[in-house]
Write a protein that binds this ligand. Structure first.
Ligand code: ATP
Length: 233
């Protein structure tokens, strides 16, 4: 069943026309990659879905309900949750306080301890302040804060950005556990190998337009796409 259906959206920042006729869909439980270089429009697509930068044209339906015109809070309440590129953990709160706060803000949260089971790294860091965490630890905290809200669809915006390769491996393992829990995921990435490991289908975006859509196997085989749009040679 299709849960998220984006049809021909056009999104602007002021007068700058950023997204051109972007269409994509996600089925229940599916992990879909949105691949593209820096500045291709991945973040803008995420922001369009969440109502932060709503499209001026086109439609975005979530379980049949139109999202365009709804506020980010309303969209969040429908079960969509964005883990932004800049991670946004509270720097002066501890890991535990960050998780408890997200727990308090949710309507029907998962138990706090479940997050420590899913992210054992965080268990060891309970009393560390957000600002003292490494990039990878912040990313895990950020994902935990999102997951505790029991989202049915998670938008992950470049989770590997700025992370050391060994940390990327840890993150992949943990996200695999998340994926196994039947959460629907839209994963934006420049790190194509990371996305290939987690996703089954993908879209390639370039200068605000979708230039290819297909299975991960299809994308993997297209050396031309990888070279032209994804900085892999
Ligand atoms: P990145 O990895 O750099 O975040 P991205 O694929 O997520 O890449 P976007 O952040 O969606 O790309 O940016 C798409 C385009 O929109 C870029 O040309 C960028 O310069 C422009 N842009 C992004 N934010 C703004 C803004 N607030 N005002 C004007 N232009 C913006």
């Amino acid at each position: 069943m299709t849960v998220l259906e984006i049809d021909d959206i056009d999104t602007y920042y002021g007068n700058s026309h950023i997204l051109h006729d972007v269409s994509l869909d996600l089925a229940e439980g599916e992990v879909v990659a949105l691949l593209g270089r820096n500045g291709a429009g991945k973040t803008t697509t995420m922001r369009s879905i969440m109502g932060v930068t709503p499209p001026q044209r086109g439609s975005i339906r979530y379980r049949g309900e139109e999202l365009v015109g709804k506020s980010p809070d309303e969209i969040n309440e429908l079960g969509l949750n964005l883990v932004p590129e800049d991670r946004r953990v509270f720097p002066t709160l501890t890991v535990h306080e960050n998780i408890v706060l997200a727990h308090k803000l949710a309507d029907d949260p998962r138990p706090v301890e479940e997050m420590y089971d899913l992210f054992p790294v965080l268990d060891d860091l309970r009393s560390n302040n957000g600002q003292n965490l490494s990039g990878g630890e912040q990313q895990m905290l950020s994902v935990a804060r999102a997951l505790i809200q029991r989202p049915s669809t998670l938008l992950l915006d470049e989770p590997t950005e700025g992370l050391a390769p060994v940390i990327v491996d840890d993150l992949r393992e943990m996200l695999q556990d998340v994926v196994d829990q039947n959460v629907t995921v839209l994963l934006s990435e420049q790190n194509v190998n990371f996305a290939f490991d987690l996703a089954t289908r993908g879209y390639v975006i370039d200068t605000g337009s979708i230039v290819f859509e297909g299975s991960i196997e299809d994308i993997r085989e297209r050396d031309d796409l990888l070279e032209k749009y994804l900085a892999v040679s």
